[in-house]
Design a protein around this ligand. Sequence first.
Ligand code: MF3
Ligand code: CO
Length: 267
Amino acid sequence: MIPVKSAREIACMRDAGKITGEAIAAAARAIEPGITTKAIDAIIRKSIEDRGATPSFLGYRGYPASSCISVNDVVIHGIPGDYKLVEGDIVSLDVGAFYKGFHGDSGATYGVGRISAEAQQLIDVTKQCFYQALAVCHEQSRVSDISRAVATYAALHGYGVVEAFTGHGVGAELHEEPEVPNFVSDRRGPRLVKGMTLAIEPMILMGGRPDIRVLKDGWTVVSKDGSLTAYYEHTVLITDGKPELLTAREDDAPLPPIAVAPKGVLT
Ligand code: MF3
Ligand code: CO
């Protein structure tokens, strides 16, 4: 069953989403060479708790921190620690906040100081993958249309897309139905209906393959070929008109969709 949220529940999710976005913005302001990922996690935790919310990830299936902080070849679920960011790194922040019974889930990849043109392109294309997906977030679509939008735009740039992890419904639970894959399969997926809230999260590898490996800590997901990776996520409300970004934040301007390949190229 895919939960459909009432107006009251959506109002709560807006609050949770706002708190999530504010924590990401606070962390993003602190990104600079020399800061540890643990220190960034502490900023995220404080920002969430100062607003009367709790970090969704802390203790989730035994996860030991308030955020996931993933550097370079780490695509998702990096555990904050003693690593000090270095100029040229790219760092993905993934944050969840639980407030009034509901979760927000969001994140993005940032450069540390000056980064290479290739790294910037990966970050930009990954963000655009999300906005390509957002453009099909209406009641005429299915979940598979989101998947195709992401996959098509990533493939256009020769990038790989993680298949072993997906986006997901989000609400009273951090992970709800439906799964929201970033790749095309023969499953059409459920129709999008007003009141659904989805965490859409392209996870993109600069190498052209989807291959990932999970490190011995049981969490850290890295690209198998060691290539750079980027990620971008928002909690999205499906409406009977335009979708609403529940985790919108000030440091993160939305992008208009780009018209790409003729229909059917990647089906
Ligand atoms: N945003 C992540 C996701 O949707 C949540 C991280 S898993 C956790 O899968 F354990 F860190 F919470
Ligand atoms: Co998520």
